[in-house]
Design a protein around this ligand. Structure first.
Ligand SMILES: C[S@@+](CC[C@H](N)C(=O)[O-])C[C@H]1O[C@@H](n2cnc3c(N)ncnc32)[C@H](O)[C@@H]1O
Length: 250
C-alpha cells in the first residue's frame, strides 16, 4: 500500500484493486472528511448529546478519527457510537503504521485497539469495526442511527455500495431523523436516494468540491436539489440496481 500526500498535507492511499485514491487528493483527505461528512453531521445534529454513526467503509479510518477529533474539539459532551464495516482486514491491520495528521496523535491508541480487536471503548466513545461485506453488515444491522457516512469507492468502481437496494438499508437505519452524507453528486446516485424517500441536498462551500446530504426530514440550512426536475432533463439516467451488478461480482 502506497501512502500519498494530498493537497492539505494529510495522507491518503491509492487502491490498485479499485484504481482509485481513498480520498480526494485535490480536496485534501482530512479536509474532505471534515467538509463532506463530519461538519454537516454535527451541524445538523447539534442539539443531540449522543450520536450513532455508521461509517461506510472504515478504509484508513480517517472519517472515524476525524469524528473523534471534531467531537472532542467542538462538542466535548457528546457521546459517540460508531459502527464501521470494512472488507479489507489486512488494510485495517496495517493502520498502526499509517502517517495520520498530528491532530490525531491522541487517537493512536484508538487505532491500536481497533486493529487488535475491532473495538474501542471509553466513557464517551464506542467504536466497532467489523471485517465484513458492508452490504451484509447493513442488512443485519438494526437500531436507529443518526448519520451514515457514505464513503465507498466511486459508483463505477464499487457499484453494489450505491444501488437503490443498498440505499433502502441506509433509509431503514437512519429513519426519519437521520442523515446520509456523501461526496457523490451524480444524478444516478441522487435518484437512488430519492426513490427511497430521501430529500437530497447540496453540500457546497469554500475549499472543497460539492457533495450531497440526504435526509427524509426537511433541512432548511441546505439547498434542496429538485431531483424530479433533473430526471426530466436527463431521461436516460437511472438509479443503480442490484441485478445489474450482482452477476458481475460473483
Ligand atoms: C474510499 S475507501 C473509504 C475511506 C474511509 N472512509 C476513510 O476515511 O479512510 C473505501 C473502502 O471500502 C472498502 N470496501 C469496498 N467494498 C466493500 C464492501 N463490500 N464491504 C466493506 N468494505 C468495502 C475498501 O476496502 C475501502 O477501504
Amino acid at each position: 500500500m502506497k501512502w500519498i500526500e494530498s493537497e492539505d498535507g494529510s495522507f491518503t492511499a491509492f487502491s490498485t484493486q479499485y484504481g482509485e485514491h481513498y480520498h480526494s487528493t485535490k480536496d485534501g483527505a482530512l479536509n474532505e472528511s471534515l467538509k463532506k461528512h463530519i461538519e454537516p453531521a454535527f451541524a445538523i445534529h447539534s442539539d443531540k448529546n449522543h450520536l450513532k454513526i455508521i461509517d461506510i467503509c472504515f478504509g484508513l479510518g480517517l472519517n472515524t478519527l476525524a469524528t473523534l477529533y471534531y467531537r472532542d474539539t467542538y462538542f466535548p459532551n457528546t457521546t459517540l457510537e460508531i459502527f464501521s464495516p470494512e472488507l479489507n482486514g489486512e488494510l485495517v491491520a496495517s493502520l498502526v503504521r499509517f502517517p495520520y495528521p498530528d491532530i490525531f496523535k491522541s487517537y493512536l491508541p484508538v487505532i491500536a485497539s481497533l486493529t487488535e480487536c475491532g473495538v474501542y471503548e471509553d466513557v464517551k466513545t464506542k467504536i466497532t469495526v467489523v471485517i465484513a461485506d458492508a452490504r451484509l453488515a447493513m442488512q443485519e444491522l438494526s437500531g436507529v442511527w443518526d448519520v451514515c457516512y457514505q464513503d465507498a469507492f466511486s459508483p463505477s468502481a464499487n457499484p453494489l455500495l450505491w444501488t437503490r437496494e443498498y440505499f433502502a438499508d441506509v433509509a431503514r437505519l437512519v429513519g426519519n431523523e437521520g442523515i446520509m452524507t456523501t461526496y457523490s453528486i451524480a444524478l444516478a446516485i441522487r435518484m437512488g436516494l430519492h426513490e427511497n424517500g430521501f430529500n437530497v441536498y447540496l453540500n457546497a462551500g469554500e475549499g472543497y468540491r460539492s457533495a450531497t446530504v440526504a435526509s427524509v426530514r426537511l433541512l432548511c440550512e441546505f439547498e434542496k436539489i429538485d431531483v424530479e426536475h433533473k430526471m426530466k432533463c436527463n431521461p436516460g439516467t437511472t438509479s443503480l440496481c442490484d441485478v445489474d451488478y450482482i452477476a458481475l461480482s460473483v
